[in-house]
Design a binder for this molecule. Sequence first.
Ligand code: HEM
Ligand SMILES: *[C@@H]1O[C@H](CO)[C@@H](O)[C@H](O)[C@H]1NC(C)=O
Ligand SMILES: *[C@@H]1O[C@H](CO)[C@@H](O)[C@H](O)[C@H]1NC(C)=O
Ligand SMILES: *[C@@H]1O[C@H](CO)[C@@H](O)[C@H](O)[C@H]1NC(C)=O
Length: 340
Amino acid sequence: MAKVNNGAALLSLCLLLAYSAGQSAAAYVDVEGTVRKEVENAIKGNPGIGAALVRLVFHDCWVNGCDGSVLLDKTPSGGNTEKKAINNIGLDGFNLIDTIKYKLGNSVSCADIVVFAARDAARYLSGGKMAYSVPSGRKDGIVSSDATADAILPQSTFEFQQLKDNFANKGFTQEELVILSGAHSIGVSHLSSFQDRLNDSTATPIDDSYKQALVKDIEDQKKSQNTSDPIEKNNIRDMSLKFQNDSGYDTAGVNTAAKGALDNSYYHANLQNRVLFKSDWVMRTDSKAGDDMAEYMNNATKWNNDFAAAMVKLSKLPAEGSARYEIRKNCRVTNQNYYY
Ligand code: HEM
Ligand SMILES: *[C@@H]1O[C@H](CO)[C@@H](O)[C@H](O)[C@H]1NC(C)=O
Ligand SMILES: *[C@@H]1O[C@H](CO)[C@@H](O)[C@H](O)[C@H]1NC(C)=O
Ligand SMILES: *[C@@H]1O[C@H](CO)[C@@H](O)[C@H](O)[C@H]1NC(C)=O
């Protein structure tokens, strides 16, 4: 133990010296250690924040590449930023990103923080099974538009071909679509994101007893959350025993004790036709996607490995366009009001 500590201390000292040699009077900050600690503490206080962070990196990197554009409240060009996009309903984690940024200071980009925070959330929510490394050095953009986010992010009402095209536009395969959709093993959704599934004029096939349990629960949630657009948990694994039983959910092969865990239980739910989104269900209509989902349902390790690899690829999507890039001082605003 003493040896390890000495090694770590020596490494820190070397990094400090190397850093000080290049920069004057800047103290060494353990960037990744700080993010991890803050993310873990935040999830312990509020488990929902972990799912929010995993979604946040997808929504940042898909639109303009990984450039922190999703975090902006305003830009020099004015107009609504990505946060106002319809497709970004329920997006969260911004306060935690601010807290982390405050601790790390002006040498770490907001885009890097989003990537690291999602990585650490995935690791924590998977009980350490989902561990991967991602490079640092991203820069923050100065452009962010709600219209762009609504044009580029996939929608839950998409057909299979639209989902495939959406992923292909970003250089992602059909298999990676199947793999990354497994993120819906965690988190929540607003009713408005899946109500098409419950309306006879728009419905896509959904297990009938699950649908009935859902409709009943939605009425309860409208009252307890006091809103006409309540949230429901994405994964039937996270619902009450009574809900699961009413839905006829087959728990064979599912670790039902691991509520809130990022794992392959999404594939169990989807292959039983007990998921919220049409975009999840519609993958069942393709035989190759169906085969892949069966494989991930039966092999948790394979999904952990492949999901981690797809997250690394997502986290490396380069900032797009010729706009200026910077390391923001405050993740919510650009450093200048005008750029020449
Ligand atoms: C394949 C296309 C996808 C579609 C159409 C889609 C759509 C959605 C929708 C509509 C919601 C619920 C939003 C709300 O109503 O509050 C949601 C939640 C979520 N999505 Fe996706 N998604 C997709 C892919 C992904 C990917 C690639 C990831 C991450 C790798 C992801 C991670 C999540 C997470 C973690 C949540 C829960 C968020 C929370 O609880 O705060 N999704 N998604
Ligand atoms: C069902 O969908 C149709 C067509 O989109 C819409 O006109 C109707 O208001 C919806 N019904 C409910 C109960 O949401
Ligand atoms: C589970 O569902 C069955 C019928 O589907 C019902 O008979 C039984 O009472 C239910 N059990 C619980 C604990 O809800
Ligand atoms: C599950 O996937 C892993 C990783 O791809 C592989 O090494 C292993 O052989 C698979 N297990 C089974 C039972 O197929």
